[in-house]
Design a binder for this molecule. Structure first.
Ligand SMILES: [Zn+2]
Length: 217
């Protein structure tokens, strides 16, 4: 069957090459997702971005626009799914991979199962809302009729960094706004408004799984 050397060198080499190519593609597409996360940050949104790829081409992309569009449905993943489905003229995303900077929430993980996407590659985990392994693993629930392959930790540091930077800047901004308000008026109602802004930021952070509270200290 094989030569005296024993080990079937060629298949192993081919497999290694394939794995290396896949890893390279994963990094390349996660960079695209990160660029989209930065677009979200520029709008003052929690920076989350994603792309959907089929046959090496991006067929859908999105970034978090929840505050901008005034809807809880404007998560990066749902926007990208909608675009990819429209592009394919199909409600299913078989043969596709999603690259997303943060672990999907329950809503997006549910949509991904519904879409029958093949694979999800994620940057960092979301311990407070993630449903691809952190709180639940909806993507691989055996009772559903579809399971999704998961790869995690691709550009994990960068993906996590972009969130941390965003929340750090948010904290600084809230603090300086609070100081400005106090200097302007010192009215009680201003203090109340600040409290509600802070509460909003804390909520956004919690939903994004931000490790530290953005509450000004
Ligand atoms: Zn989501």
């Amino acid at each position: 069957m094989n030569g005296e050397s024993g080990a079937p060198a060629l298949p192993d080499a081919a497999r290694d090459r394939e794995a290396a190519e896949r890893e390279k593609a994963d990094i390349r597409f996660m960079r695209r997702a990160l660029k989209l996360a930065e677009k979200a940050a520029a709008l003052g949104e929690v920076p989350i971005g994603c792309v959907i790829v089929r046959d090496g081409r991006v067929i859908g992309s999105g970034y978090n626009r929840r505050l901008t569009d005034h809807t809880t449905l404007a998560h990066a993943e749902l926007i990208a799914i909608r675009k990819a489905c429209r592009r394919l003229g199909d409600s299913r995303l078989e043969g596709c991979t999603m690259y997303v900077t943060l672990e999907p929430c329950q809503m997006c993980a549910g949509a991904l199962v519904q879409s029958r996407i093949d694979r999800v590659v994620m940057g960092c985990r979301n311990p407070k809302a993630g449903c691809a392994g952190s709180i639940l693993n909806l993507l691989q629930e055996p009772a559903f009729n579809h399971q999704v392959e998961i790869t995690e930790g691709v550009l994990g540091e960068e993906c996590s960094q972009v969130l941390q930077t965003f929340f750090k800047q948010l904290r600084v901004r809230l603090k300086s706004e609070k100081a400005a308000r106090a200097a302007d008026a010192g009215e009680e109602e201003e203090a109340e408004k600040q409290d509600s802004d802070t509460a909003e930021a804390v909520k956004a952070a919690a939903e994004a799984g931000e490790p530290c509270s953005p509450k000004a200290d």
